[in-house]
Design a protein around this ligand. Structure first.
Ligand code: NAG
Ligand code: NAG
Ligand code: NAG
Length: 381
């Protein structure tokens, strides 16, 4: 036997043994399901199942038709599902064609953390606040426990402890009244938001959940829509064209969130409570798009008006309106893969994919959480 052959055999044995050593074989993952709580950043069709209305060019990149997502294609939550080898999450509110064996998605566009009756924070668009999303999850858990084993559309009851619980919510609490409360209002109004997220995690823990992942708030000071709509002057713009005051306010909120999750982690020590710094990942994309294979930072792909931001609050992506006696339509660019911002508010599929790579890597998480130690990751191309 040549030494090359024996090397190959050794390598072969190593490849067989290694996955067993780390407890994973081909396609395996510690997480059999995902339960997601959120707003439009992770809504896979819930809002439009309840209130059908979505039109093109939403969905143009991946689904080739509107797919209930506020993007041209897949969202971060879609890419995470693909990476851990489960189907895209069905919205809890979607009665047609849903499949819940691998979890459910409670996120809906415009959702807030705080109750819609706390008037300061209500967006007035979505009634599905975090408390309602939690109630829906409790109902789901009850149905799963009651279901007989022949039930083909629901997972088995032990799924609750083998799931990843993700949160991508809070942006609407932050932005819907920012112009009113000013950036100084963060310390005054947002502690309730982080404590509500922490309380929700504890309730899910009591249901059996053990792994919780919370994505922090994005740098909204770089979003084309807010650059157009929020009051600011040029001295508030940094060298990358983002509003310093609003991004600083987001940083303040994120610090509060991180601290609150640290305390939550200490109180439920046999669970993983993971804070994910998506803020830093997105900020880097807005600041240096070309370093990451993109072209445009603070300019929306789908919008009307062109110029620096290509965003007009009178006519959102896909809509047609009369402006100054002229009928105009906010249409999509031909190359969404070159943009961070899809419609001035939401990320493109291209940006979402880059964010997902950072999340899977684990180094933007506190504590660090490399997914590859928990799952045999699938390609997300
Ligand atoms: C909102 O409703 C909840 C539950 O009914 C109640 O506890 C809370 O006081 C209400 N908040 C406001 C501001 O009305
Ligand atoms: C810009 O805004 C800040 C805060 O609102 C204000 O203090 C400053 O005077 C403004 N600068 C200019 C040039 O208007
Ligand atoms: C995460 O990214 C860092 C920096 O690029 C790299 O050094 C590290 O190996 C990556 N970790 C994993 C688990 O991929």
């Amino acid at each position: 036997m040549t030494s090359k052959t024996s090397m190959n055999i050794l390598l072969f044995i190593f490849m067989l043994v290694l996955p067993c050593l780390v407890g994973l074989s081909q396609g395996e993952c510690d997480f059999k399901a995902i339960f997601n709580f959120g707003d439009s950043n992770s809504d896979t069709g819930g809002f439009y199942a309840a209130f059908p209305a979505e039109s093109g060019p939403y969905g143009m990149t991946y689904f080739n038709k509107p797919a209930g997502r506020a993007s041209d294609g897949r969202l971060v939550i879609d890419f995470i599902a693909q990476a851990i080898g489960i189907p895209f999450l069905s919205p809890y509110l979607q009665s047609i064609g849903s499949y819940y064996k691998h979890g459910a998605n409670y996120a809906t566009l415009a959702s807030t953390v705080l109750l819609p009756n706390t008037s300061l924070f209500a967006t007035g668009i979505s009634p599905f606040s975090l408390a309602i999303q939690l109630n829906q999850m409790k109902q789901f858990a009850t149905k799963v426990k009651e279901a007989d084993q022949q039930e083909t559309k629901l997972p088995s009851p032990d799924i609750l402890g083998k799931s990843l619980y993700t949160f991508y919510i809070g942006q609407n609490d932050f932005t819907s009244n920012l112009a009113v409360i000013g950036t100084g209002g963060v310390q005054e109004f947002l502690p309730q938001v982080v404590s509500q997220i922490a309380a929700t995690i504890k309730e899910l823990y009591n249901l059996g959940g053990r792994t919780f992942m919370v994505l922090n708030l994005a740098p909204v000071g770089c979003y084309p829509s807010f650059l157009v709509e929020l009051p600011h002057n040029s001295s508030d713009l940094d060298e990358f064209g983002c509003m310093v005051s609003y991004n600083n306010a987001v940083v303040d909120y994120n610090k509060m969130l991180k601290e609150s999750l640290k305390q939550t982690r200490e109180s439920i020590s046999d669970a993983s409570v993971i804070y994910v710094d998506t803020y830093t990942v997105l900020l880097e994309l807005f600041r240096h798009p070309t370093s990451h294979g993109l072209q445009y930072g603070t300019k929306a792909c789908c919008g009307y008006g062109g110029g620096e931001y290509n965003f007009n609050p009178k006519v959102y992506c896909g809509n047609t309106k009369e402006i100054n006696g002229k009928r105009v339509t906010a249409t999509a660019c031909d190359d969404p893969y070159n943009y961070v911002s899809w419609d001035g508010i939401h990320a493109t599929e291209a940006a979402s994919k880059l964010i997902t790579y950072a999340i899977l890597n684990g180094s933007y998480s506190d504590p660090p959480f490399p997914f590859q130690e928990h799952c045999d990751l699938q390609p997300i191309g």
